[in-house]
Design a protein around this ligand. Structure first.
Ligand SMILES: C[S@@+](CC[C@H](N)C(=O)[O-])C[C@H]1O[C@@H](n2cnc3c(N)ncnc32)[C@H](O)[C@@H]1O
Length: 209
């Protein structure tokens, strides 16, 4: 799969000694590599770009029988999810410290119950638009990996990006849905910032027919 340029700016950060130790202790058990053989992820939900990780932990807590795979390049968020796994005794979360577009290559077709992309980086300038994660080639790769009836959930506070999401997803064969009222979910860090700044949040939900 050839996908466009990176959807993020690399921003690995140094961890405090305590958090580094937590990462080293828990990562072998709960982290997956972004590259490698095909994964057995039938029925799992993929949470792309989880940021501080709080909503990923909440999603896993809401239904411990559902496997949640969170992927982000943001090191502190990865450690937060690992800490959440330990704090709540979760066994249904896997964490990938890496690029979702690379990880997708490990995900078999028609395997995922759902994919969630909440408040992806908006890349608002015209010359940055190719970095947006919600673009035709990426959405096609995501849809291929959804089981029949599987869902794709998106949210953004960027009006132009919301239009792009609706246009791109609305024109994919086999995907049905569109804008929806805000679903039940944790208010994420970026959503909180958007609401505090008075911006409107758009939620979209699609199903693979
Ligand atoms: C604007 S933040 C939103 C974070 C979180 N979803 C929220 O609502 O608070 C976007 C997140 O997506 C991550 N991200 C961007 N491109 C990514 C990619 N290709 N793979 C994994 N994570 C990515 C960034 O590191 C960042 O944490």
């Amino acid at each position: 799969m050839e996908l466009a340029s990176r959807t993020f700016k690399p921003r690995r950060r140094a961890l405090s000694p305590a958090r580094q130790a937590l990462f080293e202790r828990l990562a072998p058990q709960w982290c997956l590599d972004e590259t490698g053989d095909s994964l057995e992820v039938a029925g799992a939900v993929l949470d792309i770009g989880f940021g501080d990780g709080a909503a990923t932990v909440e999603l896993a807590l809401a239904d411990r029988s559902r496997t949640v795979i969170g992927v982000d390049v943001h090191t502190p968020g990865v450690v937060n999810v690992l800490a959440g796994i330990e704090r709540h005794g979760l066994t249904n979360v896997r964490v990938v410290h890496g690029d979702a577009l690379v990880l997708l290559r490990r995900v078999p077709v028609e395997s995922l119950a759902g994919v969630r992309v909440l408040f992806p980086d908006p890349w608002p300038k015209q010359r940055q638009r190719h970095r947006r994660i919600v673009q035709p080639a990426v959405v096609d790769e995501i849809v291929r990996r959804l089981e029949p009836g599987g869902w794709l959930e998106l949210a953004t506070d960027d009006v132009g990006y919301a239009e792009q999401m609706a246009q791109v997803c609305g024109s994919r064969t086999g995907l049905v849905g569109g804008r929806v009222p805000r679903p039940e979910r944790t208010v994420t860090r970026f959503e909180r910032q958007a609401l505090d700044a008075g911006r409107t949040v758009t939620d979209l939900r699609y199903r693979r027919a």
